[in-house]
Design a protein around this ligand. Structure first.
Ligand code: ASC
Length: 144
């Protein structure tokens, strides 16, 4: 009887932890999509300022660039093993080094953006570099 109780408890624990892990995998897609949406939220006004579609505002530009510096390193964590799917191509998991390289490129471009946000002249090329980094990764690793 004691053995049965122990086995039942162990089984219940394993089941609940694997269910929790299944949630974790599902949550990973939401997590990474959330980070990308937040990056887009902050990049949108910067791109608009760079293109002259919104008046340049140094304080706002700095804020959005600062937020992107926080968000960018959060991206790779959303691509845990088993969370393949959504817009993410399998190549991310097949060539993690290449993916990591793109992620580090974004970190670098965003750090440059933070330094460049103080004037429109410096903001423009820095925005272009971030856009290029986004596109480079999307071309390779995102489903159209
Ligand atoms: C954006 C956005 C992207 C990138 C990409 C750059 O504003 O949402 O995914 O720029 O379009 O080419």
């Amino acid at each position: 009887m004691k053995k049965l109780v122990t086995a039942t408890l162990a089984g219940a624990f394993l089941l609940s932890s694997s269910l929790a892990f299944a949630d974790r995998i599902e949550d990973a897609q939401d997590y990474r999509e959330g980070i990308f949406h937040a990056l887009k939220w902050h990049f949108g006004p910067l791109a608009a300022m760079a293109k002259g579609k919104m008046p340049y505002d140094a304080k706002m530009a700095q804020h959005h660039a600062d937020m992107m510096v926080v968000l960018s390193p959060m991206v790779p964590e959303g691509f845990i093993e088993g969370s393949q799917g959504g817009d993410a191509k399998d190549e991310i998991w097949e060539d993690p080094e290449e993916f990591q390289e793109h992620a580090m490129e974004l970190d670098k471009a965003v750090a440059d953006l933070k330094s460049a946000a103080g004037s429109l002249d410096t903001l423009k090329p820095a925005v272009a570099a971030v856009g290029k980094s986004c596109k480079g990764c999307h071309d390779e690793f995102r489903e159209d």
